[in-house]
Ligand binder design. Structure first.
Ligand code: DHB
Length: 368
């Protein structure tokens, strides 16, 4: 096929290292989208080029540069963690290449380049929803525990501000390193402070370690509830967390258990193609990111460059496995429902079961 009839998507993901589950989920979801929707759009053959950045931002940046300059990709996509998304932003701007952020979730990412469009979520969306729910449900004092980088700082700030506004108290805010965290000394401190609840943000893949240590230290028996954004009860790991996870309430935009016909189909097809793997919130960000790219290519009839694609990404509105989804044309960020969920056992498996919905949540970080 002639090069001008190929449309290239450079998908940069952490395929190895601490964030590898994010890469595995998003790659699987992107491939599923292509298998279901074909690899030809507007007369162009779609080529997916997957690169492993090991979640090191300097590597992400170098790979993005090579993909743009050597491979001449039409779109950059993926971005497992915030530093990787931010490192790539200047390349997207200079080369006028749309950068579809499928995972990273710090509010400010979309402001780093006018070429960034996000299909994941923002930490303020989830944190504020939890801060509204908790005080109405008997939780008056909360200690926060977050990974010490962009999304964790967003989660801490937006949870704390709204929870205090709602009359709650936050006696202590703890931060753990992103790389190789040891939660034990922090959890000991929380035990001593004995708040009604511990609010946690850790990135996808780290939730099981928090849960294990929380239970080992008998925090639940000491009357401290675990709450957080849905990253901590990540569907990629939840089923292996054991009965200790039962009852944990989180706020998030996607649950494998989301009750819709579209999601049931998505979960089934994803499992079938990946020996039973459960799609988590990273997978849905990748799947919807591919949708945004395909529809932008279709709408621009395969003729435009980066600017035409970007224009066709803005304002897209569609049903996602997560529920209704909208790419705000002004902010290029996702507007979506946030669900309150509780871990329950269903058909022998642990799920985040949705019990309330906050509709059409815009990123609270953009209002400021
Ligand atoms: C980010 C990474 C995650 O794994 C997650 O669950 C949320 C946010 C990030 O780096 O932005």
């Amino acid at each position: 096929i002639a090069q001008e009839n190929v449309f290239k998507i450079g998908l940069i993901l952490p395929m190895t290292g601490q964030q590898a589950s994010t890469g595995r989920q998003i790659e699987a979801a992107a491939k599923l989208y292509m298998a279901q929707n074909g690899d030809t759009v507007a007369g162009k053959k779609i080529q997916l080029i997957v690169k492993d950045d090991t979640s090191i931002p300097d590597v992400t940046k170098r790979l993005a540069q090579e993909l743009v300059v050597n491979d001449k990709v039409n779109v950059l996509a993926g971005f497992g963690i915030t530093p990787s998304a931010l490192a790539t932003a200047p390349i997207a701007t200079q080369s006028k290449t749309p950068q579809v952020v499928m995972a990273a979730a710090t509010s400010s990412i979309t402001q780093a380049s006018p070429y960034i469009v996000r299909t994941s979520f923002t930490l303020p969306q989830a944190a504020v929803s939890m801060a509204d729910w908790a005080p109405k449900n008997g939780i008056k004092t909360v200690v926060t525990l977050v990974s010490d980088y962009g999304p964790g700082l967003d989660a801490e700030k937006y949870f704390k501000e709204r929870f205090q506004f709602n009359g709650g108290q936050v006696p202590e805010s703890l931060r753990v390193p992103l790389r190789g965290p040891d939660f034990a000394p922090f959890l000991q401190k929380v035990r001593d402070l004995k708040p009604d609840a511990l609010f946690v943000f850790v990135p996808s893949g780290a939730g099981a370690a928090v849960m294990k240590q929380f239970l080992e230290r008998g925090m639940d028996k000491a009357g401290i509830k675990l709450i957080g954004t849905g990253d901590v009860t990540d569907d990629d790991q939840l089923n292996d967390m054991g009965d200790g996870a039962l009852g944990v309430v989180t706020a998030h935009h996607y649950s494998t258990d989301h009750p819709s016909a579209l999601n049931a189909k998505f979960v089934e097809a994803f499992g079938k193609a990946n020996s039973g793997l459960r799609p988590n919130f990273m997978a849905v960000g990748g799947y919807d990111g591919m949708r945004v790219i395909y529809e932008a290519l279709r709408a621009s009839k395969g003729q435009g460059g980066g600017d035409a694609l970007l224009a066709a990404m803005k304002g897209q509105i569609f049903e996602s496995p997560r529920g209704p989804m909208f790419i705000d044309a002004q902010t290029r960020d996702v507007v979506q429902n946030i669900y309150m969920r509780k871990v329950e056992r269903k058909n022998g498996q642990l799920y985040n079961v949705e019990f309330a919905v906050i509709k059409d949540v815009k990123d609270p970080g953009k209002a400021k």
